[in-house]
Design a protein around this ligand. Structure first.
Ligand code: RB5
Length: 155
């Protein structure tokens, strides 16, 4: 899989560790920045870049890290076609794929340990979206997105 990754300064160390882990697992990685953890880096600058990489199809999935994962998840969810899930445990990571088809994973570099983060990534990458009632629920979100976009265009 091709995976876009991004972080701010607070998520930089975890991003680098996740990158190494993704290479170990045999994935391709597109690093959308930040490229240093030394100076302050605003999460929207890098999160939007990675989320757009996923939305455009240039990457299959995205993994974004900031201090808590909150800023990155809010940012990524503003990009049409991106469904970002902030996960702090493996169970949520698995269900965020099976139920919600999340194509972006957000992690907290200051709130989640390195080993757990690797476990979350493994669970998330190893799970696929389920159909049935979960697909019907996801379709309601997609329908709302289309309706909302139409209303904005008409205004
Ligand atoms: C940076 O201090 C911090 O606000 C950021 O990494 C993130 O946690 C925001 O949601």
């Amino acid at each position: 899989m091709r995976i876009a990754v991004a972080s701010d300064h607070a998520g930089f160390t975890m991003k680098e560790d996740i990158k190494n882990y993704l290479f170990e697992l045999g994935h391709d990685v597109e690093d959308c920045g930040a490229y240093s953890g030394e100076k302050s880096a605003d999460y929207p600058d890098w999160g939007i870049k990675a989320a757009e990489t996923v939305a455009s199809g240039k990457a299959d999935r995205g993994i974004l890290v900031c201090g808590t994962g909150v800023g990155m998840s809010i940012t990524a969810n503003k990009v049409k076609g991106v469904y970002a899930a902030l996960c702090a445990d493996e169970f949520t990571a698995r269900l965020s794929r099976e139920h919600n088809a999340a194509n972006v994973l957000a992690l907290g570099g200051r709130t989640t340990g390195a080993d757990l983060a690797r476990g979350i990534v493994k669970a998330w990458l190893g799970s696929e979206p389920e159909g049935g009632r979960h697909l019907a629920r996801r379709q309601k979100i997609a329908d709302y997105e289309s309706r909302a976009e139409k209303i904005v265009q008409e205004e």
